[in-house]
Design a protein around this ligand. Structure first.
Ligand SMILES: *Cc1c(COP(=O)(O)O)cnc(C)c1O
Length: 406
């Protein structure tokens, strides 16, 4: 059915043609409640008037001008993001993997500068290079080779793509003992995914994240928060790292940042601020005025009073409704804001390991788009503007499907 598009995604057999809010319509006119939002991308839902207007207006003015120059929208979006996040510089890219690639290069450059400074002070002999990036087991950082190397899941490292870039090591999350020997003078960064999305919607313990950030900093390393999925508003905070209290030196964002136009951002400050010099890292399309105009429109909506409170309340509505079903197959409901997972893991006694992908497929047939994270977790990433009525309609379908497989 996917025709000649590369068969990489295992796409489901549906062809969407339009959407409105948290509802999608396929080529046969069938309607679906959308709890996926393009993997957390369509944060304002489909057809949001302010976003549509911003994109249409900008398309008529200037789509792209190249980073040889500045654009008014690029400058304005940079200012808005930096002011809201307390960061000092931004590198725009086009995707999450590219935002992380920029963060990794920034950390390497920072480490290299630090190593050179030590060599100068002490003499070159015996000074180890500060170039290792410490990440977390079960993390996901993207599909370029460096982002895969950073990803702490062996399933993402098949031998067919070897060799992977060196200089990455994963430690277990929420394990205080693992911090004792985690960082030294060879560490250039600790890279944390604030809520592990692809890995199963796993939460970081804030006390552990703070201890990890402090230990990394003490060893002279940067702290990078990968907020490609949690970023802008998804968890009910502008950035999930705010709630964790880790004050990152570098934040990466992408998915929802421009509401559906490809855009990524690597934000940084402090010790990381001046590491990049002209020519160190570039991309042709990065931060073009169309993407920046879309980003500004998303940001304006997100900044309205009550927006983030709605995200939190909508997430609570989903959790409490599902908890009320008291289905044995559900072992856990976890997440933050509108980034939630239902866990059907094998060890829940009554349940012998319900396959999340099979449920996803049944939901689709019944008119609900929902995604998975790993084998046994169903993942919710609905539009941040989803209404109570849309939530209730989607959950009604989900409940029927779950009861049918129970
Ligand atoms: C999706 C995701 C990425 C990769 O983003 P792409 O836009 O697919 O390259 C990286 N990190 C996290 C946490 C993600 O969720």
């Amino acid at each position: 059915m996917a025709g000649k598009i590369v068969n990489n995604y295992g796409s489901l057999p549906v062809v969407f043609v339009s959407g409105n809010g948290a509802t999608l319509t396929d080529d046969k006119g069938k309607r679906y409640i959308d709890f996926v939002a393009g993997i957390g991308v369509n944060c304002l839902g489909h057809g949001h008037p302010a976003l549509v207007r911003a994109v249409q207006t900008q398309a008529a003015k200037a789509l792209h001008v190249s980073n040889y120059y500045n654009s008014d929208k690029g400058l304005a979006f940079a200012d808005a993001l930096l002011e809201a996040s307390g960061m000092e510089r931004v590198y725009f890219g086009n995707s999450g993997a590219e935002a992380n690639e920029a963060a990794i290069k920034l950390a390497r450059k920072y480490g290299w500068l630090a190593t050179e400074a030590v060599k100068k002070a002490r003499g070159a002999a015996g000074v180890p290079a500060r170039n290792e990036v410490v990440t977390l087991e079960n993390s996901f950082h993207g599909r370029t080779l460096a982002a895969l190397a950073a990803t702490g899941q062996d399933t993402f490292h098949p031998p067919c793509f070897a060799p992977y870039p060196a200089g990455f090591r994963a430690i277990p999350a929420n394990d205080f003992a693992a911090l004792e020997a985690a960082f030294d003078e060879t560490t250039c960064a600790l890279m944390l995914e604030c809520v592990q999305g692809e890995g199963g919607v796993n939460l970081l313990d804030a006390r552990w994240a703070q201890a990890a950030a402090a230990a990394a900093r003490k060893a002279g390393a940067l702290v990078i928060a990968d907020e490609v999925q949690t970023g802008i508003g998804r968890t009910g905070y502008l950035f999930a790292s705010e709630e964790l209290g880790i004050e990152p030196d570098v934040i990466t964002a992408s998915k929802g940042i421009a509401g559906g136009i490809p855009m990524g951002a690597c934000l940084f400050r402090g010790a990381a601020r001046d590491a990049f010099a002209a020519g160190d890292h570039q991309s042709t399309f990065a931060g073009n005025p169309l993407a920046a105009a879309a980003g500004l429109a998303v940001f304006a909506e997100l900044s309205k009073p009550g927006f983030l409170a709605h995200v939190k309340a909508a997430g609570e509505r989903i959790r409490s409704e599902i908890a009320g079903w008291r289905l044995d197959m559900i072992r856990d409901i976890r997440g933050k804001g509108l980034m939630l997972g239902i866990d059907f893991s094998v060890d829940s006694g009554a349940n012998k390991g319900v396959d999340a992908a099979a449920i996803q497929r049944k939901c689709l047939d019944a008119g609900l788009c929902i995604s998975t994270a790993g084998t046994h977790t169903l993942r919710f990433l609905p539009p941040l503007v989803i209404t109570d009525a849309e939530i209730d309609a989607g959950l009604k379908t989900l409940k029927t499907v779950l009861q049918s497989v129970q």
